[in-house]
Design a protein around this ligand. Structure first.
Ligand code: LLP
Length: 419
């Protein structure tokens, strides 16, 4: 469900025609819908009503400060994976007691910053990290609240690059060693063991893997309890898919299946949704530069590129691409929609059937809110695109288009001798 809809064959973001935005700020750009963001958070949060829970938005999916502030104002906590993300939270005045810190490679500085801020818990992913957290906490004379991230060893049935719950993956503590880890952690006075966490992957469209992970972690919690280790939090991660093309379960179905194996444990349930909060709340708007025909193929060359949205080439991801003005559909063609970057991997779609656009037409790449802007780069010295949010008829630019000066910030020209 989102608020990007056609009115009189013009694509709108809420009450604003996207063509107007393009005139105002030029292309390419990302536009988000505040109403959609609010709705997604509310629907997800309400799916867990009746259970003591905390939704920690996985801000890696989209971390613009205005969007974080909106979610925080609705009661969200945050799942962070770097000190940069921590600073974003602090900048918008988020409650540190609602922040969980995930990731396999936290540096001493990051651990210290998290402890200094007083976050809810650090999700530890390896034995050396466990000791490192204890050491840093000891130096700071803090007691570090930790949870262990368990790798439940299962196949979430998603793209290998975004699958994390299999035993081959770098994430989490192996299932076979979890009990040992907890025993070891409980012997470290600088640590306060508060939870257990897991996250099995992303864009998961079946409930079975979530239920399996739930059953596995419930069994661990039971064993720990018998061993005298009582936890407060059970962090079940994120990963619920969105309808790019497929039909994932609704948040209510997801919550029901997720909670079933763990509801009786009496722990506070934490979730870390990212994509489902923001994916369909954002669109990438781009303009057609050229229609190009070779002997064998047709290309629609646009002004957006893989530096703006890397998902198609990185994950073979499907994004619907629609005309902003669909009044005069051209003939249907099958084309590759490609950007100006000098790589064959610079495509948004391959062999896509579409109404033949004219040069200058606007296209909207749908479901670009999650892992869109945040994964963008300056490759080919392309400035990163601006981000705009629409709220009803209001329009706010929440990130400016980068300038050439932004592109070279921090670079130094040194005079190196030619020989
Ligand atoms: N928690 C942890 C520990 C994670 O690693 C992730 C995502 C999430 C939560 C949020 O997962 P979500 O609800 O968004 O599925 N760039 C890829 C997705 C990478 C996901 C990384 N981890 C893509 O564009 O598909």
């Amino acid at each position: 469900m989102n608020y990007f809809e056609y009115r009189n064959d013009q694509l709108y973001a809420e009450d604003v025609p996207i063509a107007d935005l393009a005139r105002r700020i030029n292309t390419p750009f990302f536009v988000y819908s505040a109403r959609t963001l609010r709705r997604h958070f509310r629907v997800f949060d309400e799916a867990f009503a009746g259970t003591d829970h905390l939704v920690c938005y996985a801000m890696k999916a989209l971390s613009n400060l205005s969007i974080l502030k909106l979610f925080a104002s609705m009661g969200a906590g945050f799942d962070i994976v770097s000190v940069g993300e921590l600073m974003r939270c602090l900048r918008i005045g988020a409650d540190p007691r609602k922040i969980v810190f995930s990731g396999v490679g936290k540096t001493d500085e990051e651990i210290a910053a998290a402890l200094e801020a007083g976050i809810l818990m650090i999700n530890v992913e390896s034995r050396p990290e466990l000791h490192r957290v204890a050491e840093v906490a000891g130096r700071m004379k803090h007691r570090a609240p930790v949870s262990l991230r368990v790798n439940p060893d299962l196949d979430p049935g998603t793209h290998p690059h975004i699958s994390t719950g299999h035993r081959d993956s770098k994430f989490g503590v192996p299932l076979s060693q979890v009990d040992e880890y907890y025993a070891e952690a409980s012997a470290l006075a600088q640590l306060e063991i508060v939870g257990l966490s897991t996250h099995i992957g992303s864009q998961i469209t079946e409930m079975a893997p979530f239920a399996e992970a739930g059953r596995k972690v419930a069994a661990i919690v039971g064993r720990l309890r018998s061993a005298g280790i009582a936890l407060k939090y059970l962090d079940l991660g994120g990963g619920l898919g969105i309808p790019y093309q497929e039909q994932p379960p609704l948040p209510s179905e997801y919550a029901r299946a997720l909670l079933k194996p763990v509801a009786g444990l009496g722990l506070k349930i934490i979730t870390e949704p990212g994509r489902v909060m923001v994916g369909n709340a954002g669109v990438f708007v781009t303009r057609v530069l050229y229609n190009k025909e070779t002997d064998v193929k047709r290309f629609v060359v646009i002004d957006g590129a893989m530096n703006d949205l890397i998902r198609p080439v990185l994950y073979q991801a499907y994004h619907a691409i629609v005309p902003v003005d669909r009044r005069m559909p051209g003939k249907t063609v099958t084309a590759d929609i490609v950007g100006p970057v000098c790589e064959s991997g610079d495509f948004f779609a391959r062999e896509r059937e579409m109404a033949e656009p004219a040069e200058g037409d606007l296209l909207a790449v749908m479901s670009a809110g999650a892992y869109g802007f945040v994964m963008s780069s300056n490759y080919n010295s392309r400035p990163r695109a601006p981000e705009v949010i629409v709220d009803g008829a209001e329009v706010h630019v929440i990130r400016e288009r980068e300038s050439f000066e932004d592109l070279i910030r921090g670079e130094h020209i040194v005079s190196l001798k030619p020989a």
